[in-house]
Design a protein around this ligand. Structure first.
Ligand code: HEC
Length: 189
């Protein structure tokens, strides 16, 4: 009884006394925290005009769409111009040669002269008239029923681009033991 009386406040109205029952500190802490959070939130979004989550999503999606456009691995095709430009990059050609030597030479020959796979330096092409953009598709998807593996899951976009540029840079070479032409002769510009 004494303990309870200690918590009684010292006023009394019509015999009604008030019991002092303070909120636990942890509860108060969280409550004050939410008030402060709400205030900062309000300043941030309503006064400072920060982008809403929807606006952030929109701008993130725009960034992703832009990245997709520039990366063939995610579905968008390389353009002929982009690939042609790569041919003048020594760095890309060196990277392309590394990929070629380790992944492609076994079938297409170290000098691209053709073994199991077709000659890649002559003017005869089975797919897409030897356009680099088409090569990038062929390399990515392969021609599975003809024995050309798809490389999409093995090589990243940069590797595929650079190996295509490497092949393009060798166009017109005259390797010894060149494999007989396959496909259609293309008009050489
Ligand atoms: C297992 C053997 C093999 C390997 C490894 C291989 N290819 Fe091929 N490739 C082929 C065959 C076979 C074809 C012919 C497909 C056809 O007849 O449609 C071909 C076709 C191609 C063509 C199209 C040629 C044309 O005339 O249109 C390109 C480009 C090509 N390969 C690039 C590559 C690259 C780049 C690599 C390495 C990343 C590679 N290949 C690895 C067997 C291979």
């Amino acid at each position: 009884m004494d303990d309870i009386n200690k918590n009684l406040m010292d006023h009394e109205y019509d015999g009604i006394q008030e019991f002092n029952n303070p909120l636990p500190l942890w509860w108060l802490g969280i409550f004050i925290g939410t008030v402060i959070f709400a205030f900062i939130y309000w300043i941030h979004y309503e006064i400072a005009g920060a982008p809403t989550q929807l606006a952030e999503l929109k701008s993130d999606l725009a960034v992703i769409a832009e990245m997709k456009k520039n990366s063939p691995g995610s579905g968008a095709a390389d353009t002929e111009d982009d690939l042609l430009k790569l041919i003048s990059s020594q760095e890309a050609l060196a990277a392309g040669k590394l990929v070629y030597d380790s992944k492609c030479a076994a079938c297409h020959g170290v000098e691209l002269q053709g073994i199991i796979g077709p000659n890649l330096v002559d003017d005869y092409w089975i797919h897409g008239q030897g356009k680099l953009a088409q090569m990038s598709v062929t390399v990515r998807q392969g021609v599975l029923d003809k024995g050309m593996p798809g490389w999409e899951s093995v090589l990243n976009s940069d590797e595929i681009r650079s190996v295509v540029a490497f092949i393009g840079s060798n166009r017109g070479a005259k390797p010894a033991n060149a494999k007989a032409p396959q496909g259609e002769k293309i008009a050489v510009e």
